[in-house]
Design a binder for this molecule. Structure first.
Ligand code: UPG
Ligand code: MN
Length: 738
C-alpha cells in the first residue's frame, strides 16, 4: 500500500505565465534593438553624428546586458513551492542519523559566545539525540573557542532538557532570552525554571567574557598563517554512570581544529569542511549532514524532520543530494538598504530553480547526503587500495565508506581508539595526492566552494530541493554596512568568475551534463559580475557623448525610440512584478536597483579584477570572513536606512566619480540642449543621467548634506572630482580624434 506523501509541490502557474510572456515580448524588442544597432553600424546611417568608438562600446555593453538578461530568464521558467508533512515520517527509531558541521574561523569577527549559541541551537534540534553529532571546526585554532565549547557542553546539559520539557521553539539561548513570545505550555514550574536557566546562561556569558579578556585575542596564530597542530576533543560526561541517566541523552559534541602547515594550502572553508567530513566519517559517520556557518543558528528545531521528508521519500531520494533552506537573517532592517538578505536569490531565483533540477548549494542551511560528496565512483566492493588513492591513507576512514552510522557515545573505549585516527585525517598533509577538493568533498579552486560544489553535483546527475517554510529554519547575521557588504560581494564575484574562467565554465562544461535551463541559471550566476562592464559603460560613455553633443540613441520622434523605451520599462516593470509577487514593496524594488548599481561598479568590478589577476597568476586566493560584530552606531544607521559610506577609498571613489560625472553631464546636457535646441536627439542621454542621479541620490546626500561619520569623506569627493575631470578631458580629446 502507498503511504501518504511526505511532501507536496505547487507550481506557480500565473507567475510562470507572466514570466514567459515577458520573456517573449522583451526578446523581440531586444532583437529589434540589436538589428537597429547592427544596421546603423553597417549602413553608416549615423556615422555623421556618432563616432565609431563610443558607438561600439555602448553596443557591446548592450549586448552583455542582453546576454545576461537572456540567461536570467531560465530561473523563473517554472517556479514552485513546497510543503512538508513531518508528522508522516516513520518513528524515531527508523530515522537516519545526522552529523552537523559548524565552521568558525576568527574569534574576533565571530565571537565565541555567538558561535556557542549556534552550537547549542543545533544540539537542541528536535531529533533523537543519539542520532545527532555536532562537529565544530575552528580554523582560528583559538583556545578561547575550545574553552567556550567545553562550557557550552556543560550548559547544554541544562538547556536541552529545558527545551524538551517545555516545548521551547526558539532553541538558540540568545534569541530565546531576548524575546518573550515563545510558548511554553502552562506549567507552573516554568517561570522558575526559565529564571534558573537564564541565570546559568548569564553566568556562561560572563565566564566567556572573562576568559576572552584573559587570553586576549592573541591566540589566533592558526589564522595568521602560523603552523598549528590538530586538536580534536570530544566533549563527554565526567562519570560513567551518567551515561545511563535520562539527562545524559545528549548529542555528541566534537571540537575540531585541523592542522595548519604553511605554506601547505588549507583551502579555507572548503578545506575545513573536508576535514570535518573525514573526522566525522571516522567517528559517527551519519548518512546526512547539516552544514551551518557559525552565525547561522537553528530557529526551528523541526528543520531536520522537514528535510527528512525529502530525503526519505523513496521516489526522489536516490538522486537527491541536498535539501537547501534559505539563508535568513535576524538583523535585517525594514529597508534592507544593502540588500543583505540577497532577496532575489532566496525569494525569486531558488524557488524558480526548484522547479528545474533544484536550487544551487548556498554554503549553509542545507541537509546533504554524505554519499553525494564522495564522488561518482565509490562502489561498495571497490578495491581498498584504489579507494585509498582517492580518499587518502587512513584505513579507518576508507572502511567508513562502506559502513553506516556508528553510535559512539556509549563507549569511551571506542572513542579512545578513534581519536588518534581522527587526528590523522585532520592533518595538514593528509590530502596530498588524493582527490579531496578535486572530485571528492567540497571543491577547492574557488572561494565560493558552495556554488562550485553544487554545480558539479548537478553536473553529476544529482538533484536538490528548496524548502522555504514560513517559520525561518535558520537565522544568521547579515552584514549591516556598505563595507562588509562590498567585501563579501567582492569575494563572491571573484569566486564565481574563478569557476567561469576554469575548465568547469558552466557554459562549456555544463550543457552536456545537465538540463538546458538549469545550465543557463548556472551560467548567469557565473557571469553576472560582468554586469560591471555594462553599468560602467552606461554611466560614462553616453554622458561623455552628451557633453560633446554626440547622440547615441534614437531620436524621440523615431519609432526605434519606442522600442528603446519599451525595453527600459519592460525590464523595470518585470523586476517590480517579481518583487510584488513575492511579498516585497516598491521600496524593495528601488533598493534592489540602487544596490545593484552600487555593487556593479564596486563589488562586481573589483571581484572581476581579482579573478582576472588570479587567472594571470598575480594574486592569491583569500577568504576574508565577514565581520559578525557591529558597533551601535553602525546598526543605528542601518536600521534608519542611512547608507554608511565608511569604506576604503578604493571601493568608494569609483562610485562617487560616476555620480559626479552624471551630475555634470546632466547639467551640461540640459544647458547644451537649451542652447542648441537638440532636445529630441539628446533626450535619451539626458534621461539616463537623470535616472542614475535619482537612483544614487544617497551618494549625493552623503557628499553634500551629511555631516556624520558615515558620510562620503570630503577627501574622496575631491579625488572623485579630479577623476571625473580627467575622464571628461581625456574622453573629449579621444572623441575629437576618432
Ligand atoms: O578560512 C576560513 C574562512 C571562513 N570560514 C567560515 O566560513 C563561514 C562563512 O564565512 P562568512 O565570513 O560568514 O562569509 P559569507 O560571505 O557570509 O558566507 C557565504 O559565502 C560563503 C562562500 O564565499 C559560503 O561558504 C557561506 O556559506 C555563505 O554564507 C564562516 O562560518 C567562517 O567561519 C572557515 O571556516 N574558514
Ligand atoms: Mn556569513
Amino acid at each position: 500500500m502507498d503511504s501518504l506523501p511526505l511532501h507536496h509541490c505547487t507550481v506557480h502557474r500565473s507567475w510562470a505565465i507572466v514570466h514567459r510572456s515577458h520573456t517573449f515580448l522583451h526578446s523581440i524588442a531586444l532583437t529589434a534593438m540589436v538589428y537597429y544597432r547592427a544596421s546603423s553600424f553597417l549602413y553608416h546611417e549615423n556615422t555623421l553624428a556618432t563616432p565609431t568608438l563610443p558607438f561600439l562600446v555602448v553596443f557591446a555593453s548592450e549586448l552583455v546586458l542582453s546576454l545576461l538578461w537572456l540567461l536570467n530568464q531560465a530561473y523563473l521558467w517554472r517556479p514552485v513551492s513546497r510543503t512538508v508533512f513531518p508528522e508522516r515520517l516513520p518513528a524515531d527509531e527508523q530515522l537516519p542519523a545526522i552529523d552537523v558541521f559548524i565552521c568558525t574561523a576568527d574569534p574576533k569577527k565571530e565571537p565565541p559566545v555567538e558561535v556557542m549559541n549556534t552550537v547549542l541551537s543545533a544540539m537542541a534540534l528536535d531529533y533523537p539525540p543519539d542520532k545527532l553529532s555536532i562537529y565544530l571546526s575552528d580554523d582560528g585554532g583559538s583556545s578561547l573557542t575550545l574553552y567556550a565549547t567545553r562550557e557550552a557542553w556543560g550548559f547544554a546539559r541544562l538547556w536541552i532538557p529545558f527545551c524538551g520539557r517545555f516545548g521551547i521553539k526558539t532553541r538558540c539561548p540568545k534569541a530565546y532570552f531576548s524575546t518573550l513570545d515563545d510558548d511554553h505550555g502552562d506549567s507552573i514550574e516554568f517561570p522558575k525554571e526559565r529564571e534558573k536557566i537564564e541565570r546559568k546562561y548569564e553566568e556562561l556569558k560572563e565566564r566567556l567574557r572573562r576568559a576572552g579578556e584573559k587570553v586576549g585575542i592573541k591566540d589566533t596564530g592558526a589564522l595568521a598563517g602560523q603552523s598549528f597542530p590538530p586538536v580534536i576533543e570530544v566533549m563527554r560526561h565526567d562519570t560513567i554512570n551518567e551515561f545511563d541517566s535520562e539527562q545524559a541523552k545528549m548529542p555528541l559534541l566534537v571540537y575540531v581544529s585541523r592542522e595548519k602547515k604553511p605554506p601547505h594550502p588549507h583551502h579555507f572553508k572548503a578545506g575545513a569542511l573536508n576535514v570535518l567530513l573525514r573526522v566525522s566519517g571516522v567517528i559517527s559517520n551519519a548518512p546526512y549532514i547539516l552544514m551551518l556557518d557559525c552565525d547561522m543558528y537553528s530557529n526551528d528545531p523541526t528543520s531536520a524532520r522537514q528535510a527528512m521528508c525529502f530525503h526519505l521519500d523513496p521516489k526522489i531520494s536516490p538522486s537527491l543530494a541536498f535539501v537547501q533552506f534559505p539563508q535568513k537573517f535576524h538583523n535585517i532592517s525594514k529597508n534592507d538598504i544593502y540588500d543583505s538578505q540577497a532577496r532575489s536569490i532566496f525569494m525569486v531565483k531558488w524557488p524558480g530553480m526548484d522547479g528545474l533540477k533544484g536550487p544551487m548549494l548556498s554554503g549553509t542551511c542545507f541537509y546533504m547526503k554524505r554519499k553525494a560528496l564522495y564522488g561518482s565512483d565509490i562502489q561498495k566492493d571497490s578495491d581498498l587500495l584504489l579507494l585509498k588513492q582517492s580518499f587518502g591513507p587512513s584505513n579507518e576512514f576508507t572502511k567508513s565508506l562502506s559502513r553506516g552510522f556508528r553510535y559512539v557515545i556509549d563507549s569511551k573505549d571506542s572513542l579512545n581508539t578513534l581519536l588518534p585516527e581522527a587526528q590523522v585525517v585532520a592533518s595538514g598533509t593528509y590530502e596530498k595526492d588524493t582527490q579531496w577538493g578535486q572530485q571528492i568533498g567540497f571543491l577547492y579552486d574557488s572561494v565560493v566552494e558552495d556554488y562550485f560544489t553544487g554545480f558539479i553535483l548537478h553536473c553529476n546527475g544529482w538533484n536538490s530541493v528548496y524548502c522555504n517554510p514560513s517559520r525561518p529554519a535558520f537565522l544568521g547575521t547579515a552584514p549591516t554596512s556598505l563595507n562588509e557588504s562590498l567585501v563579501q560581494g567582492r569575494r563572491w564575484n571573484c569566486g564565481v568568475l574563478e569557476v567561469a574562467f576554469s575548465r568547469f565554465c558552466p557554459l562549456i562544461y555544463g550543457p552536456s551534463r545537465m538540463s538546458f535551463l538549469q545550465n543557463m541559471c548556472y551560467g548567469h550566476f557565473a557571469f553576472q559580475p560582468f554586469y560591471f562592464f555594462s553599468v560602467w559603460c552606461f554611466a560614462t560613455i553616453p554622458q561623455l557623448c552628451l557633453l560633446n553633443g554626440i547622440p547615441l540613441y534614437p531620436k524621440v520622434s523615431s519609432s526605434w525610440f519606442i522600442i528603446l523605451s519599451f525595453i527600459f520599462l519592460s525590464s523595470l516593470l518585470k523586476h517590480l512584478w517579481d518583487i510584488l509577487y513575492t511579498g516585497g514593496s516598491i521600496q524593495t524594488w528601488r533598493n534592489e536597483w540602487r544596490v545593484w548599481m552600487i555593487k556593479s561598479v564596486t563589488a562586481y568590478f573589483y571581484g572581476s579584477l581579482d579573478a582576472i589577476l588570479k587567472l594571470v597568476g598575480m594574486r592569491k586566493a583569500t577568504f576574508i570572513p565577514t565581520n559578525k560584530v557591529s558597533n551601535e552606531e553602525q546598526i543605528k544607521l542601518y536600521q534608519m536606512g542611512i547608507y554608511n559610506f565608511q569604506t576604503s577609498t578604493m571601493l568608494l571613489a569609483p562610485l562617487v566619480t560616476l555620480v559626479i560625472l552624471n551630475v555634470v553631464s546632466f547639467t551640461g546636457g540640459i544647458a547644451r540642449a537649451i542652447f542648441t535646441g537638440e532636445w529630441k536627439e539628446m533626450f535619451a542621454q539626458i534621461f539616463l543621467s537623470f535616472f542614475i542621479i535619482v537612483m544614487n541620490y544617497p551618494v549625493i546626500e552623503g557628499m553634500i548634506l551629511r555631516k556624520d561619520k558615515g558620510r562620503v569623506p570630503p577627501s574622496v569627493t575631491l579625488l572623485s572630482v579630479v577623476f571625473s575631470f580627467i575622464f571628461l578631458s581625456l574622453g573629449s580629446i579621444v572623441l575629437m580624434y576618432t
